[in-house]
Design a protein around this ligand. Structure first.
Ligand code: KDG
Length: 338
């Protein structure tokens, strides 16, 4: 996969999709149509990943599988999409793991603050035994989990003032994902968090129902949050994965060769999307700055204040999530820093 051309990525101009490698896969002679819906917009790295998935699957099935892509929650937000997969009315989606912890409690590990010091460590965890076992464990309840891509590191934005320390968060109304650890994080820091579906977020920010939100730079720009949020702080407080899901009903209709094709394509989408996400994040942060967003970059000492304040979140959640899982992820980080 040649990705060098990605250095030219900008929010408005995307490089051509990589070529598809691999032979044509023989199916069972039937044609299939897969509807794949996500919550982010057409200019997100995630949607770019979907376009690559479509290209791989269509080309390698010799057009016997058609992939119809939908963005901006056109067919529902994350939780609605997952229900639609279970009902068999939608074929594929790729939610953040965070709103899914009510179905799969172990996903909560990804919501722990500052757990992944680098994206490479996140890759090791997701692509290694831990992540692969999680895909197996999440292949139940009418769903088949076939891959990981990334939403990425989350940054705080708000309409009120620059935030350099938890003290600046006092009483600030921050929208969070529908996830108990995120609520705990912002409450612990002194903010006033409100959980809400992503699909409702822009309007809530615009109308001042909430003062702030947190998402990766790409989402801040591609969802135009910067138009209503003049301040941002590069907190990198949580790394959020996206999980690629297929409806079990759809899955069971496909011949095994096509099931394997979807798995392979999900893996390639994940690798490509993570790369696009990382390149775009850096460029978009710069673009937002150039456009006048007031971005606070924290010093290591300032980050440490947030980390110290958030230590109790680990105490609250360690037993519920499983201390062993947390320790295994931490061990991956240690191996890497040697
Ligand atoms: O549907 C959009 C999402 O996948 C969502 O999870 C994005 O990070 C997100 C958020 O803040 O809701």
């Amino acid at each position: 996969l040649s990705l060098t051309s990605l250095s030219a990525v900008a929010a408005t101009e995307m490089p051509p999709l990589p070529d598809v490698t691999g032979d044509v896969v023989k199916g069972d002679g039937n044609d299939y149509n897969l509807k794949f819906n996500i919550g982010l917009t057409q200019s997100s790295a995630q949607y770019r990943g979907l376009e690559y998935f479509k290209k791989i699957v269509e080309q390698r099935s010799d057009d016997h599988i058609k992939v119809q892509t939908f963005h901006s929650a056109q067919l529902g937000d994350d939780l609605q999409s997952v229900s639609a997969l279970q009902a068999g009315t939608l074929d594929m989606t790729a939610p953040s793991t965070s709103p899914m912890v009510s179905m799969f409690p172990q996903f909560a590990v990804f919501d722990l603050p500052f757990l992944f010091p680098t994206p490479e460590i996140a890759d090791k965890v997701l692509d290694g035994d831990i992540g692969q076992q999680m895909l197996k464990d999440a292949s139940t309840k009418g769903l088949v989990a076939i891959g990981w891509s990334e939403n990425g590191y989350r940054q705080l934005t708000n309409s009120e003032h620059a935030v350099t320390s938890p003290a600046d968060l006092d009483g600030l109304k921050v929208r969070t994902m529908q996830n108990p650890i995120h609520l705990d994080i912002w409450r612990t820091l002194g903010a006033n968090p409100t959980p809400m579906s992503f699909a409702e977020l822009f309007t809530a920010l615009e109308q001042g129902v909430v003062d702030g939100q947190e998402n990766p730079w790409i989402t801040i720009e591609s969802s135009k949050f910067n138009e209503v949020q003049p301040y941002a702080t590069e907190t990198n407080h949580v790394y959020t994965p996206f999980i690629t899901l297929v409806s079990e009903r759809t899955w069971n209709r496909l011949p095994e060769s096509y099931q394997q094709l979807l798995r392979d394509a999900a893996k390639q989408m994940g690798d490509y999307e993570r790369h696009v996400s990382r390149v775009m994040n850096d460029q978009i942060k710069q673009e937002l700055k150039d456009d006048g967003m007031k971005i606070t970059e924290l010093t290591p000492e300032q980050v440490a204040v947030f980390q110290q304040d958030l230590a109790p979140v680990y105490d609250d959640w360690r037993d519920k999530i499983g201390g062993d899982l947390i320790d295994r992820i931490r061990a991956e980080s240690k191996v890497d820093s040697k």
